[in-house]
Design a protein around this ligand. Structure first.
Ligand SMILES: Cc1cc2nc3c(=O)[nH]c(=O)nc-3n(C[C@H](O)[C@H](O)[C@H](O)COP(=O)(O)OP(=O)(O)OC[C@H]3O[C@@H](n4cnc5c(N)ncnc54)[C@H](O)[C@@H]3O)c2cc1C
Length: 407
């Protein structure tokens, strides 16, 4: 069967790129090992995504934002970062940028469903479910993929959107920097006694990290990070014991807690592919960059990368060029590296510092937090990036030109 683009993985990245490319008249085949039923109605997976304004705008352009129930969108009005047991915190208040929120929290399964619903409206997208790709061959002029049932597909470009443990990346000989943090993240929603005022908290406790993501209606997504062996103790607790243990760790921040849904555990492994493309193959989403969730950027980077790649492919098509040729793919790689590399590196260093409980490390993180809190221009830049509002005054004139990232 002949298509223009063969996409492996119908997660947010694969679906978003397919829809953007379908709108450019490309014929797309998407392969996912999951059933159509689970892709059409994804189950809650515990991930509550902190979505930046830029990502929201991309979802809006795709027509996916319109599929999301506004009641399921919880604003983040302010964010606070706390170190150990220190009373002071680093505060991000978007009021300075003229925006009423730093971003929005939306459950991952609603985003997946919205992107699936959009892709299903495109006549030139065919979704192959329960499909496992068993072989990929690339030549100078085309790519060929075989499924485990023996069906063969040909296209001009193959796309790996098959998670941070991408088999396509591995089988194509693309190396990746993989960092096992030796930690597990437990996520789950809770109801709580005290109001959260839509403030998100990141608490770097000495016994492991904690994050509070405010959800409409006095609920929060509570994200806890533990050494792998401790995590299994917390996963084995019944709801009541888990709620009491979390109250202790939150030190009364939200008052009494009650579990509100299932808990999920995610082992933490950061992945950064050494190349985002090779002949007629491009990596997107977590297959290219699998971020540690602590900085809440995996999805945001993935969707921005997709928009960026689509922009370069649009230009290639407009010039009558082959979309599988190196030019557009290399341009995406350069832009995406520029977008992700600094925060990927910073996250790795930050996690090394925050999982180290020696006295010098504790002093270093306290000093870093105080310096960051005192340096308002730095906070303004971060908030302007999240909210996509221009920052005012002198600082705006000092900002370097923003790299062009499509749209
Ligand atoms: C606990 C947690 C919290 C997070 N919070 C945030 C946040 O606040 N903000 C943020 O920006 N990001 C966050 N992220 C990251 C975000 O969830 C991911 O970056 C995003 O889901 C990746 O999307 P993707 O499409 O690349 O991959 P995925 O969503 O993993 O989808 C990949 C798809 O590929 C399919 N697949 C895999 N292998 C094969 C194969 N061999 N053949 C066929 N199909 C295959 C899978 O079935 C799946 O459907 C969080 C992640 C976690 C774990």
């Amino acid at each position: 069967m002949v298509y223009d683009i063969l996409v492996v993985g119908a997660g947010p990245a694969g679906l978003a790129l397919s829809s953007l490319m379908a709108d450019m008249g490309q014929k797309i085949a998407i392969f996912d090992r999951q059933s159509e039923k689970s892709l059409a109605n994804p189950a809650f997976d515990g991930r509550d995504i902190a979505l930046s304004e830029k990502s929201r705008q991309i979802l809006d352009t795709l027509g996916a934002w319109q599929h999301i129930d506004p009641d399921q969108v919880s604003p983040i009005r302010c964010a606070k970062v706390h170190d150990g047991d220190a009373p002071s915190s680093l505060v991000f208040d978007p009021a300075r940028t003229g925006s009423d929120r730093l971003g929005n929290i939306i459950s991952n399964h609603f985003i997946r469903k919205a992107l699936y619903d959009v892709a299903k409206t495109k006549a030139n997208i065919t979704l192959f479910c329960g499909a496992e790709v068993s072989a990929l061959h690339r030549s100078d002029t085309s790519v060929t993929m075989a499924l485990s049932d023996g069906t063969v597909f040909t296209g001009a470009l193959a796309v790996a959107a098959d998670t941070r443990f991408s088999k396509i990346r591995q089988s194509s000989g693309i190396m990746a920097d993989m960092h096992d943090f030796g930690q597990t993240m437990i996520v789950g929603r809770m109801k709580h006694e005290k109001p959260h005022h839509h403030i998100a908290h990141e608490l770097f406790r000495y016994d492991g990290g904690l994050a509070v993501l405010p959800i409409n209606g006095n609920k929060a997504s509570i994200v806890q990070t533990f050494a792998a062996e401790t995590a299994s103790t917390f996963m084995d607790m019944d709801d009541d014991a888990y709620a009491r243990a979390t109250e202790v760790r939150l030190k009364g921040l939200l008052g009494g807690l009650e579990c509100n849904g299932e808990r999920r555990a995610y082992p933490l492994v950061g992945v950064y592919a050494c190349n985002f493309c090779t002949d007629r193959l491009v990596l997107i989403g977590d297959a290219a960059v699998g971020m540690h969730p602590v900085t809440a950027h995996g999805f945001n980077f993935g969707i921005q990368g997709v928009a960026n790649l689509a922009g370069h492919l649009r230009m290639a098509l407009a010039k009558g060029r082959d979309i599988g040729a190196a030019g557009a793919l290399k341009a995406y790689e350069r832009d995406h590296r520029r977008l992700c590399w600094p925060l990927y590196q910073m996250t790795e260093k930050m996690m090394a510092l925050y999982t180290n409980t020696t006295l010098p490390a504790r002093l270093a993180r306290k000093a870093a937090l105080h310096a960051a809190q005192a340096f308002q221009p730095g906070k303004d830049i971060i908030m302007a990036k999240l909210t996509r509002t221009p920052i005012s005054g002198l600082l705006a004139n000092k900002l370097p030109a923003r790299p062009r990232l499509f749209m």
